[in-house]
Write a protein that binds this ligand. Structure first.
Ligand SMILES: Cc1cc2nc3c(=O)[nH]c(=O)nc-3n(C[C@H](O)[C@H](O)[C@H](O)COP(=O)(O)O)c2cc1C
Length: 308
């Protein structure tokens, strides 16, 4: 017994220390705010997939029931031109929304977490007031953070950069920002099943973002699309890979009958067409994806030319 205590106990204790410090180092927290349930549902799924703890932030000044009522039944119209992208002139009465709000819990002990996923709906083109308050009142120094927003409209990369900048102010190292759009192209609500399936699809990218010690490698997607199929695929891929996207446009109108016949002929004869942009600076990118439809049994790739 004495021999065991002397020889094995230090080993057992140090192994215990190593394992506990490894798990503390890798512990993940998902913290979110949600009024109508979209962000809640996707964050619940993602926290399960990541094996993360989950905390819901409550907004103490914006009453969820009156917001839900405004969203589901006759939303009040805003003045012309005042509605943010995606809302198409309809939203809950702004006068009733409190942008400088209070939240519960007001302080969270993050000491055991190194990775935090923050889930927020977009309100008036910004992170929800409760999430802004959370970022104002909590210091996230040395925490690797992934931001996940849900919104009606598609968020541009530029817009996502503004959200990331807000998160960075809390001291966090923002590894990535993802968006789930809750409306489809016809502006109808996507089903919860679709949202959850998209959230599930984001899990590998979120894991990779959390794992990366260095800034993520930059990826560029360059595509040409006539009818929008290639565009839709590239936009989804771009979001998944956090890639920048450039659309190459054919300066000839390829939507008319003559346009498409001319395009087919040029493709068949391997002739080029006038494009915009003519030149793309790819020096910042380590990965470049080119995407294009097939025309006349060839890849329609007007962007492939010596100038690019
Ligand atoms: C007060 C309010 C403001 C909103 N503003 C925007 C907006 O500016 N742009 C947008 O695309 N969606 C906007 N939305 C839609 C929400 O971002 C979207 O429905 C989100 O998924 C809601 O998340 P939740 O269900 O977790 O509350 C707004 C919704 C509300 C209630």
């Amino acid at each position: 017994m004495k021999f065991f205590m002397k020889v094995f106990m230090p080993v057992v204790l140090s192994l215990g220390f190593i394992f506990s410090s490894v798990s503390a180092e890798e512990k993940t927290l998902v913290v979110y705010y949600s009024t109508t349930g979209n962000t809640k549902a996707v964050c619940e799924l993602i926290s399960k997939e990541l094996g993360a703890d989950l905390i819901e932030i409550k907004d103490l000044k914006n009453d969820p029931d009156s917001i839900k009522k405004a969203v589901s039944g006759g939303m009040m119209k805003m003045k012309k031109g005042g509605a943010p992208a995606g809302m198409k002139g309809k939203m809950p009465p702004m006068s009733k929304l409190v942008m400088d709000t209070d939240i519960s819990p007001s302080n969270i002990d993050f000491s055991s977490y190194s990775r935090i996923l923050i889930g927020s709906p977009i309100w008036m083109g910004k992170l929800a007031p409760a999430v802004n308050k959370f970022l104002d009142t909590n210091k996230l120094d040395n925490k690797k953070v992934v931001l996940l927003t849900t919104s009606n409209a598609a968020e541009s990369r530029q817009r996502q950069e503004t959200y990331k900048a807000v998160v960075k102010k809390s001291g966090a190292d923002v590894a990535a920002c993802y968006q789930i759009q809750v409306k489809n192209e016809q502006k109808a609500n996507r089903s919860m099943e679709e949202l959850l399936s998209e959230a599930n699809g984001l899990v590998p990218a979120i894991k990779a973002a959390f794992r990366s010690e260095l800034p993520l490698e930059k990826t560029l997607i360059v595509y040409y699309s006539r009818t929008g199929n290639t565009r839709a695929v590239c936009e989804a891929l771009g979001q998944e890979l956090s890639a920048d996207i450039v659309e190459v446009k054919d300066l000839k109108n390829r939507m008319s009958t003559f346009g498409i016949i001319g395009g087919m002929l040029r493709t068949f004869l391997s002739m080029q067409t006038k494009i915009f942009p003519e030149k793309i600076d790819m020096t910042d990118y380590s990965n470049v994806i080119l995407s294009a439809p097939i025309w006349a049994a060839k890849v329609r790739l007007p962007c492939v030319r010596p100038s690019i």
